[in-house]
Write a protein that binds this ligand. Structure first.
Ligand code: RBF
Ligand code: MG
Length: 176
């Protein structure tokens, strides 16, 4: 699908059912290719808890989504240093990474903040607010990367609308 035109904004002016979808959990280790290979590190949420499974089931299809995310600062279990706990826009891959033919479904959140550190063991909360596109298999890694970069632009533009930005204040996020 390289070279095809894509819309700059996805989803209606006001989020509709099933959104918002609330996901949270402790960040687990992923496949280690998001950051270095794709310039898009992702924090993976476990699909092991019943709550996570139930919430993710509300997303009718696998694919690429947008929303907001927050990393948890007070986590006594983590060996990693605290990171800031502001709410940032995110794009999320939910599915099987067909380009890499994963066997298990994953929830991978890319927080659009340029975080330097890994988040393993940290709590993360994410509110999913819209759908961008299905997951695809590409002719080249460059084509996948180009689509991911477009996803980031689409996610930010979609979230800049007032009915979406208001979710930054949602009580699901820990407000300081
Ligand atoms: N993986 C795919 O196999 N096909 C995709 O179309 C795809 N799109 C993605 C879009 C975004 C915004 C993100 C964050 C990830 C996407 N991925 C996709 C997942 C990506 O392959 C994965 O994060 C890395 O391989 C690390 O597991
Ligand atoms: Mg990851």
């Amino acid at each position: 699908m390289a070279g095809r035109t894509r819309p700059d904004v996805c989803g209606p002016a006001v989020p509709e059912a099933p959104y918002p979808v609330y996901l949270d959990g402790l960040v687990e280790h992923g496949f280690g290719r998001g950051g270095k290979k794709l310039n898009t590190p992702t924090a993976n949420l476990p699909l092991s808890s019943q709550h996570a499974v139930a919430e993710s089931t509300r997303l009718a299809e696998t694919g690429i989504y947008y929303g907001f995310a927050q990393l948890d600062v007070p986590n006594g279990e983590s060996i990693y240093p605290p990171v800031d706990a502001k709410v940032y826009p995110m794009v999320m891959s939910f599915g099987y990474n067909p380009h890499f033919a994963n066997k298990d479904k994953t929830i991978e959140v890319h927080v659009m903040h340029g975080y330097a550190a890994d988040f393993y063991g940290k709590g993360m909360r994410a509110i999913v607010l819209g759908y961008i596109r299905p997951e695809l298999k590409y002719d080249s890694l460059e084509a996948l990367i180009a689509d991911i970069e477009k996803d980031k632009q689409v996610g930010i533009a979609s979230l800049e609308r007032p009915a979406y930005t208001k979710y930054i204040q949602d009580p699901f996020f820990r407000q300081s």
